[in-house]
Design a protein around this ligand. Structure first.
Ligand SMILES: [Zn+2]
Length: 177
């Protein structure tokens, strides 16, 4: 169980040269782009990082992150608990040109002035690891499948990915008419 905070900025080339390990917690509430994607979050992401120079001389970070998020159910838009975990392999590059030389197994991260914005990297990885869509179990979702299909004619069944608001609007229209 991690208790310490991950540092916000590090000098990754030094850490790679010494094959250092870093782990720690990152507050989810500080992640503005994550909040934009899935709404405000509480708690921490747990992060484990190994800095290394690989056999080809590349400076790399092998990492793992885990977080318990509250993601909006696609059907009712209410938040639901979702455990997210991701393993990743990052290649450190000092320019965008060098990123093109990395094998596809490595995600490039840009190091400027020997500094790496570690929290930005963790946030990027967390956003990449988000599931595309999440749904409550039908029994637990305030918007049941029956509700979705009862007001649904051809239009809805052709567009099952429509906004839940559209469905609610249609349901309302049906009861009024
Ligand atoms: Zn739901």
């Amino acid at each position: 169980m991690l208790t310490s905070r991950l540092p916000g900025r590090v000098e990754p080339y030094k850490l790679a040269a010494h094959a250092e390990h870093l782990d720690g917690l990152v507050a989810l509430a500080d992640m503005g782009r994550l909040t934009d994607e899935v709404g405000a979050q509480q708690g921490d992401a747990s992060v484990w990082l190994e800095f290394a120079i690989d056999a080809q001389g590349r400076r790399v970070i092998r990492g793992r992150l885990e977080a318990d998020l509250q993601l909006p159910c696609r059907r009712c838009l209410e938040p639901m608990a979702q455990h997210v975990a991701s393993d990743f392999l990052l290649g450190l590059v000092s320019s965008d040109d060098l990123a093109a030389d990395l094998p596809s197994t490595h995600e490039p991260v840009l190091v400027e002035n020997e500094q790496l914005d570690l929290l930005g990297v963790v946030e990027d990885e967390l956003i990449l690891s988000l599931p595309q869509v999440v749904y409550h179990d039908e029994s637990a979702c305030p918007v049941s499948r029956e509700q979705l299909s009862s007001g649904a004619d051809a239009e809805a069944s052709e567009a099952p990915s429509g906004s839940p608001f559209d469905v609610l609007k249609r349901l309302k229209g049906n009861t009024e008419s």
